[in-house]
Design a protein around this ligand. Structure first.
Ligand code: NAD
Length: 511
């Protein structure tokens, strides 16, 4: 029977280990030793869910030591052995799907239908994908490129990976960071966002129960400036992979560069949504509302700037506002809810600040307020459409990260594409048209790591996800992620057994 989650939904999963601490080091839960605590809050009610001890630098050191100790054994496992564990891991996650969905909804405020139908199945699929991909790590074919020698390429893991993840998709971000790293034979220490650690911990516990050796996956739950900075500058960490804001990504890159680490950065976005005048208007309106509101707009690829060619502009604004008004904002655990609260009251207030400032230079067509009544205690914000904001205004240029869409008109195709490219970001974009030549041009000329045509948001395990420009570099998901988490070694054998080789003339002269 599918788990419908009606019974005591606002509780941590039964049989949980959270009471033993929010760190997970060498296959065991542990308490943080920083001396400071943090409380996970249910953003739908403001109620405390769990108070835990934050990690300090000593906890990061212990986690890195555990990962370092586990590395030789895990790197030495065969691809088939690693694949077997990951297949079992996917099965354990599937057994725990109901608990994972409830915990993710509890700490983030996501509607249960989103965690059940997107976050959790996506994570299980990603795990199954990397179970298969673990057996397909490849170097180039061996050959005699230089006559008397045979060369081949070994693709090797890098060592201990130190990862830092954001709060918007805690479970999926843990999966995206951990899976390619361990499938390729690395070990890892992940620091989840300190506000939303629950499902990253559950993910690591599930890995252990699936048979992943102790120390291969470790979780340190601490603040960015303390645990995060110590992790990304740790001398025994060989690589840093970071997902989060562009501002923090810059700091992480500085710290990693100073200690000569490989760096992979998945940063912010401000995705354009370009509607050409031959587009199916209904499809574009539906796509814009879903693409802007998914996860309450707290999605790095969310549709945030709709550029609509002049003949469709007025109708697009009117219909998008009307459809937004039908979205049911409410309790994430109630079956009829489309949109839950934002992740915290502080973040809701930040989003409201963007909209309030926009009133000075643009028109708030719908939304622009927190709902009252029964929802007043939660971090809710109504779906919001802003029209008439200038291209260089804050609402168009900055990452708001809430249920807010700005819409602007454009005239010729050149202008639409130019405006789409006119922010520092380049993570994702979409083009809406029935003209194959326009679509093809948009996919070529929009500078983003993903361009959808007549859709916006879907991601799949087989395809790479990552940014251009200020949205970062490197890829999550897909076999391309192995480029980040492996290093190539050229191995060259002499086949001749000749003592004085021809090339020695360059050193010994030509005697
Ligand atoms: P954030 O940058 O504030 O924090 C991300 C993580 O970095 C957290 O774990 C935080 O504790 C840690 N951190 C903060 N300061 C640090 C420091 N000085 N050193 C090391 N770690 C530090 O981001 P957020 O608010 O948690 O998440 C939202 C951001 O993440 C948005 O910008 C969004 O676009 C981005 N994001 C990007 C992707 C992607 O794939 N490109 C995916 C999800 C989210």
């Amino acid at each position: 029977m599918p788990d419908r989650g009606h019974a005591t939904p606002r509780r941590l999963p039964s049989g949980d280990r959270f009471a033993e601490g929010a760190q997970y080091i060498a296959g065991r839960p542990a308490r943080g030793t920083s001396g400071a605590t943090r409380t996970v809050v249910d953003p739908a009610t403001g109620a405390a869910v769990l108070t835990y001890e934050l990690a300090g630098t000593a906890d990061v050191d212990a986690a890195v030591a555990a990962a370092r100790a586990a590395f030789p054994g895990w790197a030495g496992a065969t691809p088939g052995e690693r694949s077997d564990v990951l297949h079992r891991f996917a099965a354990v996650l599937a057994e725990q799907a109901g608990d994972l969905a409830r915990a993710e909804s509890l700490q983030c405020g996501k509607p249960l239908k989103l965690t059940r139908e997107f976050d959790v199945p996506g994570t299980i699929d990603n795990t199954a994908y990397f179970a298969g991909a673990a057996r397909r790590l490849q170097g180039q074919a061996a050959a005699e490129y230089e006559g008397g020698h045979t060369s081949y390429v070994r693709r090797e893991p890098i060592g201990v990976v130190g990862s830092v993840a954001p709060w918007n998709y805690p479970l999926q971000m843990a999966a995206w960071k951990i899976l390619p790293a361990v499938a390729a034979g690395n070990t890892i220490v992940l620091k989840p966002a300190e506000t939303t650690p629950l499902t990253s911990l559950m993910f690591a516990w599930a890995a252990t129960s699936a048979g992943l050796p102790d120390g291969v996956v470790n979780i340190v739950t601490g603040t960015g400036p303390v645990a995060g900075e110590h992790l990304v500058s740790h001398p025994d960490v060989a690589m840093t992979s970071f997902t989060g804001s562009t501002a923090v990504g810059r700091r992480v890159a500085e710290l990693a560069t100073a200690t000569v680490k490989r760096v992979h950065l998945e940063l912010g976005g401000k995705a354009p949504f370009v509607v050409f005048d031959d587009a199916d208007l209904d499809a574009a309106v539906n796509g814009a509302v879903a693409g802007a509101l998914i996860n309450s707009g707290q999605d790095c690829t969310a549709a945030t700037r709709a550029y609509v060619q002049r003949p469709l502009y007025e109708a697009f604004v009117e219909r998008t506002a009307a459809l937004m008004d039908t979205v049911r904002v409410g309790d994430p655990f109630a079956p009829g809810t489309d949109l839950g609260p934002l992740v915290s009251h502080a973040h809701r207030d930040r989003v409201a600040g963007f909209v309030d400032r926009a009133r000075g230079y643009a028109r708030v067509v719908t939304g622009g307020a927190a709902p009252g009544g029964a929802l007043a205690a939660g971090a809710y914000y109504r779906p919001t459409l802003i029209a008439g904001a200038p291209q260089d205004s804050e609402a168009v240029q900055a990452e708001i990260f809430g249920p807010v869409l700005v819409v602007l008109p454009f005239d010729g195709d050149d202008e639409g594409i130019r405006l789409a490219n006119d922010t520092p970001y380049g993570l994702a974009a979409s083009a809406w048209t029935r003209d194959v030549f326009r679509a093809n041009r948009a996919t070529r000329e929009i500078a983003a790591g993903c361009v959808w045509v007549n859709d916006h948001i879907p991601i799949i395990s087989e395809m790479p996800h990552g940014g251009y420009r200020a949205s970062g570099f490197g890829k999550d998901m897909s076999a391309y992620s192995f480029e980040e988490y492996t290093q190539l070694k050229h191995v060259m054998f002499d086949n001749t057994a000749v003592v004085r080789k021809d090339w020695h003339r360059t050193v010994f002269g030509d005697r």
